[in-house]
Design a protein around this ligand. Sequence first.
Ligand code: HEC
Length: 159
Amino acid sequence: MKKINLLLITTFIFMTSLSFSIEDNEDEILRKGLIVYKKANCMGCHSWHGKGGGGYGAGVSLREPSYEKAELINIIKCGIPGTGMPYFYRKSYKTEKCYDTLKEDYTDDERPKNSKTFLNERQITSLATFVYTELQGKDLNKENCIKFFSKESKVCENL
Ligand code: HEC
């Protein structure tokens, strides 16, 4: 009898800790979002600070617009055809329509460009949450810089 109780209790504890680890909290999602921002090289065009103007393809500011989170997810998944903003979801325009279109609806030179790095849905959601919460409508501050470069960096000194 005692052994069974112990087994039940252990199983219960195991299951609860499992359900906690499945549901990430907001901080964890934001932390992952920043990792995805780097992995997908958003800073290649939007700069590390998200104000745009970075390197090749000079992207616009991600701090100025005020998209809904669902719209951000869509922009990341589908890109913006006819501009330098590539799409980051492998199935886009292949098996999943974007803006109600598939690849074959475009001529060769109009065809939406994919990013070199593809992201899965979970990564895209974390990234959209990061852009929505940490960038949109926010001024750049030193804390953003330290979070991005993980330690006090020279870049952050004058902020
Ligand atoms: C190769 C360059 C490039 C990369 C990499 C890139 N973008 Fe963009 N992005 C652009 C350009 C250029 C635009 C402006 C498109 C236009 O003219 O409307 C843009 C637009 C956007 C917009 C819409 C902004 C607005 O004002 O309407 C969002 C949101 C965005 N990018 C998010 C991202 C995120 C998140 C990543 C990383 C996953 C990323 N971009 C990676 C070039 C890039």
